[in-house]
Write a protein of this length. Structure first.
Length: 372
């Protein structure tokens, strides 16, 4: 499950690395695509058709999204959850509106589809008055020529004025340098600051950026590479540890930790269910053959032992996983508790059959028939 992230809008610009004039022609050609292009892959390929440089390709995608996706104020407090990233992307492509999650997911998907090294980043922000809104936010990072930059398509697409959304392009948040961007965008996971002297949440809250002037040794590049190579569960666990270590200064950070914990627990529960299903399938197959006295078809000794061992391994592994899990979420907690309750009877049944198989395999084959 993916938690919906909300938008915080500021009316302040940041220092950008490339001026808008560098992209005049690209911007002109990237605002509109043919109506026949209806999915993000074909739109992305169309936009970069004649472009060679990575920053030009990123610019074309950024420009198209900012001009064609409007911010949907009705979703700010909806708390809507999505089953997958693809569901988010499909929604924003079809509706041509969304919140920061839609903008950032779409930029990430389009960038990846044409070979750009993009990152999806979640965190919180500081507004024009220096306050930290009680809203999470999402934006993008990108690696170009071994350098890291930040992009916020949502804030570039428009802004709030007197409670209404103004869809007006503002070229302030494209390829920003990490040390400038961090002044109003704080990622939950410090590796996505792209800084070798990352600030913590207390520093950000207090607008203390003195560390940025110092030479650091934080290996964010190595950690990002490790993060990208890891499976999703490991990514979540490592990221959550880093978020906690960086300080729980506000409820947005705690919410992200809780959301990660929910996702970690859900994934472990699903791993447990898979192990349980595998074990039960092997056990049922074993019982089917046992009821046929291991004949029709004839089962050799190694296969009999393999089936009961697979059943034992699957069910035992599942039991260990289920009993290691806890969740404050009522629905998930109920699922975990129900799974835990099933395990003693299954383990007892498998242990009984393991004893039978052990005795069966030790018997002289001609007299095994009398064991049934």
């Amino acid at each position: 499950m993916i938690k919906s992230f909300l938008l915080s809008i500021i009316l302040i610009s940041s220092t950008i690395c490339f001026s808008q004039s560098d992209f005049t022609e690209i911007d002109k050609n990237s605002k509109i695509v043919p109506d026949s292009l209806t999915d993000y892959n074909t739109i992305a390929k169309y936009l970069i058709n004649d472009l060679k440089k990575e920053k030009e390709k990123a610019r074309a995608i950024y420009t198209w999204i900012a001009h064609n996706i409007q911010y949907d104020l009705s979703q700010i407090n909806s708390g809507k959850r999505y089953e997958s990233q693809q569901e988010i992307i499909d929604e924003v492509i079809n509706d041509r509106k969304g919140i920061c999650q839609h903008y950032s997911e779409l930029f990430h998907a389009m960038s990846k589809s044409i070979g750009l090294k993009s990152y999806l980043i979640r965190g919180y922000t500081r507004d024009a008055l220096g306050k930290i809104p009680d809203l999470g936010h999402a934006w993008n990072g990108i690696e170009i020529d071994s350098n890291y930059y930040l992009i916020d398509v949502t804030w570039s697409a428009g802004y709030l004025l007197n409670g209404k959304y103004v869809h007006k392009f503002r070229d302030h948040y494209f390829l920003n340098s990490p040390k400038e961007f961090i002044k109003d965008h704080m990622p939950f996971d410090p590796i996505f600051q792209f800084i070798d002297t990352p600030i913590n949440n207390n520093d950000f809250t207090n607008s203390d950026f003195s560390k940025l002037n110092k030479k650091g040794t934080f290996p964010f590049k190595n950690l990002i590479d490790q993060h990208e190579r890891s499976k999703t569960l490991i990514q979540l666990e490592n990221s959550n540890n880093r978020i906690i270590e960086n300080g729980i200064r506000n409820k947005l950070i705690q919410q992200q930790i809780d959301e990660n914990h929910y996702e970690i627990t859900s994934r472990k529960y699903n791993i447990g269910i898979d192990a349980l299903n595998n074990g039960v399938n092997s056990y049922n197959l074993y019982l089917t053959h046992k009821n046929r006295k291991f004949k029709k078809p004839k089962l050799n000794d190694s296969r009999i032992k393999e089936l009961i061992d697979d059943a034992d391994n699957g069910i035992t592994s599942a039991s260990k996983i289920f009993h290691s899990l806890f969740s404050p979420n009522r629905d998930l907690s109920n699922l975990i508790r129900d799974a835990q309750k099933r395990m003693p009877d299954l383990i007892f049944d498998v242990e009984r059959e393991k004893i039978f198989v052990d005795k069966y395999l030790k018997k002289w084959k001609p007299i095994r028939i009398f064991m049934f």
